[in-house]
Design a protein around this ligand. Structure first.
Ligand code: SF4
Length: 734
């Protein structure tokens, strides 16, 4: 990426942070908090999630068969099913249907699939008036803007914004001021258009194959009106929305509103098997029975392929098709919460899962602009009601983008000189961050000279221009004596134990930069009677994986397991200080290693405070640890939270009598190399400001963080030293 491109990206993000950030943050964090509450109160949540996932897996596997069943059902009901290969095919068919209906006016309910095929533009090119009847979409239509969120398309706008917009556009006698006034106006204005429309167009959240039933899940009731009022109804939806039958629908109705907005159920869940017996109101005669129809209604179900069937054949993108478009992945994502979908999105789709959708339906280049905004923290995986591994999809697409460069005859020279498994034309910034381990080894061997050189202005300036490493960040300072060297020089372990042996994994940062926390971990473990070993083991592959360098990460994963296998076979536990490395062992390696190797490492690896907690629970003497520094402000790492391990640190501090306040901020904004990148520095600091605000009153406490990134960010935010929990617990303070 050129420095101009980085500057353009940074400027766009800065603009969105200033103009839309506040509203996006308020709305997405509200949805996210409501989701947490709704899920906590829903006893069967995990079981229903698993059921929904299984239904989706089965439905996508059986998709061709379900399409044919659905075709029979729709035709039996008197409707027509059309499979559109792509947007142009869909728009041509829809145009013909509107034409046949003598349609001048189409009313629509909210549908991301119709955004994808740009049906409004296609109809308007043929002089058809198209009206969005969802309030958020109506706002966007008036403002001529793209949606910024899958569920709340205009959540980047405040009520005041919308009032200004409507006052300018509609010039009412009395200016609009409140949300109620705006909603009332829109309801009446759009109600007139629905009554007068020739064609109603809806999406469909779910389509039931064996009955031809479509399900609409909304909060405004406008979708039902669009479906049943005009004589012609066109439902446009992705081919992946088919479920086998009504008995499969329940889990999704339980999950979709809870995941999207935290409601137990949406205001309207409408099931139709059109065109028969759909209730229509005679607005000229409101007293007439609601269920009388004139029998002259037509229904067209347009199922969009537009790349979906190819996604089904793509082992890595297939999971995207399980998505029910609830938006929870966006609401739970710290970067999205701050900058919104106008930066974190492609041509149509927004949020974490947008990478999968955009790659599948609009082409991989549409994912290129925003794919790096996923930092791989994995919080969206626990938020997703159908358990999609969204970060992995982002990583796979990043990897494909890395390979998507033209080759040159000199590539062999670059490939021969780089320590990774990646193509020659890999972006320089990605290559630098992905090979941090090599840089750290060289930096350590040549320290302190390496640190002086890296810190010099000309070098920082060059790194900023060539690699986009932001000069506002302090670079890590390499230690001449690595943790592995220190451990060997002290003569190895000081405790011999027949009960418990731990391999302290020397992650790259602990080994070459934050050596003190490694020494503290040795001290803590030995004080609790554990025999410690620190072998020379390669980096986990976290750094290359974060840059989409999957082949390099896979090679590291194999080296790490090969190196650790003999210790595990001999009965040792693997103890890990850095949560993102533990996440590799417990989660990401599942994608990189054979199942047996993954099981071996994941089942025998522990986060260091999780391990300490286990030792204390099993009789180790808490008195052996320090409780001298009694007032702490603690921030856990996002991967630690995703793995459900943050409670162990808090429990150990509590047991030892520390006075601790804990941050409830889920992301510090740094996310490994993300906060170092010049195009994302301001976003990183904006995300971090929430954490900084929480701890700004805690200056009389020792700031403690479990992750390297969190420590770096907190140091920058608070200009304060930050310690790892093991440094607090180490008996002699080291
Ligand atoms: S990926 Fe999961 S969380 Fe995100 S929109 Fe789809 S279903 Fe919802």
């Amino acid at each position: 990426m050129s420095s101009d491109t980085r500057r353009r990206k940074a400027a766009k993000i800065r603009h969105l942070l200033e103009t839309e950030g506040e509203s996006v943050h308020e709305n997405t964090t509200h949805f996210n908090e409501e989701r947490y509450d709704a899920v906590e109160e829903f006893d069967d949540y995990e079981a229903v999630r698993a059921e929904a996932r299984a239904i989706k897996e089965d439905a996508i596997e059986r998709l061709p068969e379900l399409v044919e069943t659905l075709r029979d059902s729709v035709e039996e009901n008197g409707g027509t099913l059309y499979i559109a290969d792509d947007a142009a095919d869909a728009n041509a068919y829809i145009g013909d249907v509107v034409d046949e209906a003598g349609g001048d006016t189409v009313v629509k309910s909210k549908s991301m699939t119709t955004e994808e095929i740009e049906v409004n533009e296609a109809l308007e090119a043929n002089d058809v008036d198209v009206w969005e009847t969802d309030l958020g979409e109506f706002v966007l239509q008036v403002a001529d803007e793209a949606p910024s969120h899958l569920v709340g398309p205009s959540l980047h706008r405040t009520t005041d914004d919308v009032a200004d917009l409507f006052n300018r556009y509609f010039d009412p006698d009395e200016p609009f001021e409140t949300a109620e006034q705006l909603t009332e106006f829109a309801r009446d204005y759009l109600g007139d258009r629905i009554r007068a429309a020739d064609v109603g167009m809806t999406g469909a959240n779910f389509v039931l194959a064996d009955s031809g039933t479509i399900t609409l899940v909304t909060n405004e009731g406008n979708a039902r009106k669009c479906a049943v009022t005009p004589d012609t109804h066109i439902a446009v939806t992705g081919v992946e929305k088919i479920l086998p039958s009504l008995s499969d629908l329940g889990p999704f109705i339980e999950l979709i509103a809870r995941s999207a907005t935290g409601q137990d159920i949406s205001q309207y869940v409408s099931l139709f098997s059109p065109p028969t017996n759909s209730p229509t109101l005679d607005f000229e005669d409101p007293e007439a029975p609601a269920f009388e129809t004139d029998g002259d209604r037509s229904f067209h179900l347009v199922l969009i392929d537009n790349g979906r069937l190819a996604m089904r054949e793509d082992e890595q993108l297939r999971e995207t098709l399980y998505c029910i478009r609830c938006g929870a992945c966006a609401n739970s994502c710290a970067n999205f919460q701050h900058v919104g979908g106008h930066a974190f999105g492609g041509e149509t789709y927004t949020g974490g899962i947008a990478t999968g959708w955009e790659t599948g339906v609009n082409g991989i280049e549409s994912a290129d602009e925003f794919n790096d905004l996923c930092t791989g923290c994995s919080r969206c995986v626990t938020a997703c009601p159908v358990k999609i591994d969204i970060p992995w999809i982002n990583t796979v697409v990043r990897d494909r983008l890395n390979h998507d460069h033209d080759s040159s005859e000199f590539d062999f020279l670059v490939e021969g000189l780089t320590p990774d498994e990646e193509p020659a034309r890999l972006d320089l910034q990605k290559r630098a961050f992905g090979n941090f381990e090599t840089m750290a080894k060289v930096g350590s061997k040549t320290a302190p000279v390496s640190n002086w050189i890296l810190d010099s202005s000309p070098i920082r300036d060059g790194m900023d221009r060539l690699m986009g490493i932001d000069q506002r960040r302090e670079l890590p300072s390499f230690r001449r004596e690595s943790l592995v060297d220190w451990f060997a020089a002290r003569g190895g372990n000081k405790v011999r134990s027949t009960d418990r042996t731990a391999v302290l994994y020397p992650d790259v940062y602990t080994n070459y930069v934050l050596v003190e926390r490694g020494k503290a971990a040795v001290n803590v473990l030995e004080s609790l009677g554990v025999e410690v070993i620190i072998p020379d083991v390669p980096g986990s592959g976290r750094a290359p994986l974060s840059q989409g360098m999957i082949d390099t990460a896979e090679s590291k994963a194999k080296q790490v397991t090969d190196r650790l296998r003999r210790y595990i076979d001999a009965g040792a536990d693997i103890v890990v200080i850095e949560p993102s490395d533990l996440a590799m062992f417990r989660r990401d390696y599942e994608k990189l290693l054979p199942a047996r190797a993954f099981d071996m490492l994941s089942e025998n690896s522990y986060e260091v405070l999780e391990y300490v907690f286990g030792l204390l629970e099993n009789g180790a003497e808490a008195d052996a640890l320090s409780n001298a520094d009694s007032r702490l402000a603690y921030h856990s790492h996002c991967q630690q939270r995703t793995l459900g391990l943050d409670a162990y640190t808090e429990a150990v501090f509590e047991r030892l009598g520390y006075d601790v306040i804990t941050s409830d901020v889920e992301c510090c904004g740094m996310a490994g190399s993300f906060g170092y990148k010049s195009e994302y520095y301001e976003l990183s600091m904006d995300v971090g400001s929430t954490l900084g605000d929480q701890f700004s009153d805690a200056t009389d406490r020792t700031i403690v963080a479990s992750g390297t990134s969190c420590s770096e960010q907190l140091t920058d935010l608070l200009s304060s030293d930050v310690k790892h929990p093991v440094e607090i617990l180490a008996p002699d303070g080291r």
